[in-house]
Design a protein around this ligand. Structure first.
Ligand SMILES: [Zn+2]
Length: 131
């Protein structure tokens, strides 16, 4: 068993991307990675999804289950972790995790905040099995 760590921003640069488009991008990336590791079978995929990514985790999970048949990921188990939104407060300079619908600084109640994380869908881990 071999654990392969990668970080890819699957939705970087996209304004709006339909889950099936994201799914196609993911499978393209998985095919590329599988070709780099001949003989390995993809058995596990971990995606990390931020609330501002524009991608619905449930819909993406369904899309992958439909699209992965007859691909390098046909037998892979997909896990999608939803991450909270991270904000930076320009008044107290603290970074905090907050609900996506409330950007108020939990430290000082300021509204002078900006998102610093949570806008990406990331292929965080790929698990390959070498029989
Ligand atoms: Zn603050």
């Amino acid at each position: 068993m071999f654990i392969f760590l990668v970080i890819f921003h699957l939705n970087e640069g996209a304004i709006v991307m339909h889950e099936f488009s994201v799914c196609q991008a993911l499978l393209g990336q998985l095919t590329h990675l599988a070709n780099q590791h001949p003989g390995g079978k993809i058995v596990g995929i971990l995606l990390v999804n931020g609330p501002l990514s524009g991608v619905d985790s449930t819909l993406l999970h369904h899309a992958v289950e439909l699209c992965k048949k007859d691909t390098v990921a046909a037998e892979a188990v997909l896990t999608i972790e939803d991450r909270p939104l991270s904000i930076h407060c320009r008044d107290c300079l603290h970074d905090n995790e907050v609900p996506a619908n409330d950007w108020t600084c939990p430290h000082c109640a300021s509204l002078a905040t900006e998102a610093v994380g949570g806008d990406a869908l990331i292929l965080a881990r790929l698990q390959l099995d070498f029989p």
